[in-house]
Design a binder for this molecule. Structure first.
Ligand SMILES: [Zn+2]
Length: 93
């Protein structure tokens, strides 16, 4: 394991915890560590942004205003491409 670990945490740990982070289910010191990592790591920042977008869509679709299929499809495909790109680049380190 000699992948770069910006902010002291590994990307895998950070991405595993992204959903807890966005749900506010994380302790404040862990949140601070996540934010520190995002400042140094563009991969995880892009990924967390994509997750946040999905969550916003899901939250909106639970209301009375359904999300158009094309918007949902666009976000999902963006998340997939970000994830795939991230995996490729991590493998190449
Ligand atoms: Zn990272």
């Amino acid at each position: 394991m000699n992948a770069a670990e910006p902010g002291g945490g590994s990307c895998r740990d950070v991405l595993d915890a992204v959903s807890a982070f966005l749900d506010g289910e994380m302790r404040e010191d862990d949140c601070a560590r996540m934010r520190e990592h995002f400042q140094d790591c563009g991969h995880c920042l892009t990924e967390v942004d994509a997750y946040r977008e999905i969550k916003a869509l899901v939250a909106r679709s639970c209301g009375c205003d359904p999300v158009p299929d094309e918007v949902r499809a666009r976000v999902v495909s963006r998340l997939r491409s970000v994830t795939v790109q991230w995996q490729i680049e991590v493998r190449e380190i």
